[in-house]
Design a protein around this ligand. Structure first.
Ligand code: UDX
Ligand code: UDX
Length: 464
């Protein structure tokens, strides 16, 4: 089976970059990325590729090359479904905010809407690929909806979770550790569908890195991978607090531990807490699934990863208050960084949001600079918490266009995102423009203590 037309529903952080890379690597396949959000699609089609809605190093070049050749962005979802042999579902699956499983389970409403739309439109056989991270056995629900439309169309459901990390999405897609494809491998139709997707990735991924499994293993592997990664961050963050009490340095501990090849050095960087759209959502989802099978010990085990992460964010914020003589009321705190990590404009679940919320509750005034995040996003993140009115957020929080402006006359600077440019700042100039004593809180272990203390800063860094 040769795929000629692909449709991807969801032009977000996952769908956009993934389809751009497939389009670049497979020029003979036409790919249409569709989305209900007209503004987003218009931005993907913007003549100036620097205005595409997602910032990822290397992405705009690929979009420029493939767009309007074999990569198209559209809001006409029906037309794209109708034309496609293969449909990727890449819509968001947020944590439920209502009803059963509120605050834990994944909300599958958008997935179901996609399935119903495909069922309504499709006139010939389709391969439907789950790209969104989903609870185990979601494929069954998809299949039930699709198979019960009674119009004689056959569907194959594949699970092909995306492991790309934001900020390195293009590199991760170009050179993945593995590509995972789950399908109904016990039937010949299922095997054929799996092979069709394998053939697409085989354009650029060595075959020994393309792993095929049954659907359930594939779905669960994605949740497991994210849970393990998040667990490593919470593990080193737990040690960071112990380091601060004992005189050990978490960076040194991390290097010493990571040199053990059985442990490995990646994902052992202590921080103010992990963020991003996936880790918390996926672990909560895992906890919920475990609980729903009565596996309470399994659920509690994984929930602790989230508890530790929340503690780390709170601990960082409360330490700022404590250090500033137990009050930040009316004091100006400069935030360097708002994104959940460097090289992305994504702010979902960013630790900075929660640190800000804590300090705003203590009546601090916060001035924020992030090289890629816009003011409207920052206000939207704070408003979403519903902790105070929109007016109060705008009164207590200012967003500025440079780090120097943010730090002027500040009582303290908090570094929340590890943007490279923060390392290169003229810290002496910043020190001179601040109120004294000038406090500097490094939530990312980005800055060198010695040089900052020499300038005169009261320096605090996570885990030392
Ligand atoms: C996110 C998570 O990162 C990923 O783990 C999860 O598996 C899927 O959701 P992401 O691409 O980052 O993926 O989400 P987002 O940037 O929100 O993009 C989803 C897009 O789907 C949005 O642009 C939204 O408008 C679109 N959408 C949503 C539809 O087109 N139709 C719908 O019914 C719902
Ligand atoms: C993650 C997974 O890495 C990716 O495979 C999956 O597809 C989606 O979820 P992402 O959320 O984009 O990707 O970023 P990631 O690099 O994993 O970082 C997540 C958070 O952990 C960030 O806030 C980051 O700053 C933090 N982190 C990461 C640490 O605090 N320390 C580390 O050592 C690594």
């Amino acid at each position: 089976m040769k795929i000629k037309n692909i449709c991807c529903i969801g032009a977000g952080y996952v769908g956009g970059p993934t389809m751009a890379v497939i389009a670049q690597k497979c020029p003979e396949i036409d790919i249409t990325v569709v989305d209900i959000n007209e503004k987003r699609i218009a931005a993907w089609n913007d003549e100036n590729v620097d205005n595409i809605p997602i910032y990822e190093p290397g992405l705009s070049e690929i979009v420029e090359e493939a767009r309007d050749r074999n990569l198209f962005f559209s809001t006409d979802i029906d037309a794209a479904i109708d034309k496609a042999d293969m449909i990727f579902i890449s819509v968001n699956t947020p944590t439920k905010t209502y009803g059963i499983g509120k605050g834990m389970a994944a909300d599958l409403k958008y997935i179901e809407l996609c399935a119903r739309q495909i069922a309504r439109v499709a006139k010939d056989d389709k391969i439907v690929v789950e790209k969104s991270t989903l609870p185990v056995r979601t494929a069954q629900a998809l299949k039930d909806i699709l198979d019960n439309t009674g119009n004689g169309v056959n569907y194959q459901i594949l699970s092909n979770p995306e492991f790309l990390a934001e900020g390195t999405a293009v590199d991760d897609l170009m050179d993945p550790d593995r590509v995972l494809i789950g399908g109904d491998i016990d039937t010949s139709e299922g095997e054929e569908a799996v092979q069709a997707l394998v053939d697409i990735y085989a354009h650029w991924v060595p075959e020994d890195r393309i792993l095929t499994t049954n659907v359930w293993s594939s779905e669960l592997s994605k949740l497991t991978a994210n849970a393990f990664l998040a667990q490593r961050v919470s593990s080193i963050n737990a040690m960071s607090e112990l380091c601060e009490k004992t005189g050990a340095d978490v960076n040194e501990v991390s290097i010493a531990v990571g040199m053990d090849s059985r442990i490995g050095s990646k994902f052992l960087k202590s921080s103010v807490g992990f963020g991003g759209s996936c880790f918390q959502k996926d672990i909560l989802n895992l906890v919920y699934i475990a609980k729903s099978f009565g596996l309470n010990e399994v659920a509690d085990y994984w929930e602790q990863v989230i508890i530790m992460n929340d503690h780390q964010k709170k601990r960082f914020a409360s330490n700022i208050v404590k250090t500033l003589y137990n009050t930040v009321s009316g004091k100006k705190i400069a935030f360097l960084g708002w994104a959940f990590k460097k090289d992305t404009n994504d702010t979902r679940e960013s630790a900075a949001i929660y640190v800000a919320d804590y300090l705003l509750n203590e009546q601090a005034e916060i001035v924020i600079y992030d090289p890629k995040v816009r003011a409207e996003q920052i206000y939207a993140d704070l408003d979403y918490l519903n902790t105070r009115t929109e007016e109060e957020n705008r009164k207590q929080v200012k967003v500025v266009n440079s780090a120097y402006e943010a730090c002027e006359e500040a009582h303290a600077v908090a570094l929340l995102t590890e943007w490279d440019e923060f390392k290169e700042l003229d810290w002496k100039k910043i020190y001179e423009s601040m109120l004294k004593p000038a406090f500097l809180f490094d939530g990312r272990r980005l800055l060198e203590r010695k040089t900052k203390e020499k300038i005169g800063f009261e320096f605090y860094a996570i885990g030392s």
